[in-house]
Design a protein. Sequence first.
Length: 64
Amino acid sequence: MSISLNLDDDQSKRLEERARELGVDPRDLAKAAVNDLLARPADDFDRAAKSVLDKNRELYRRLG
């Protein structure tokens, strides 16, 4: 699968700088970042979302 991303100038510059620091191609660094994101357990997100929902439960109830 091939995916194309449009990065703004700042994102592109930061990606290139970080890739240069690590001695890798920017495309390889972007691919590694995606792999890292996909490898994270879903429960990390679920735990964070639950925390936010619990913290703001009363506010959501009032707004609903």
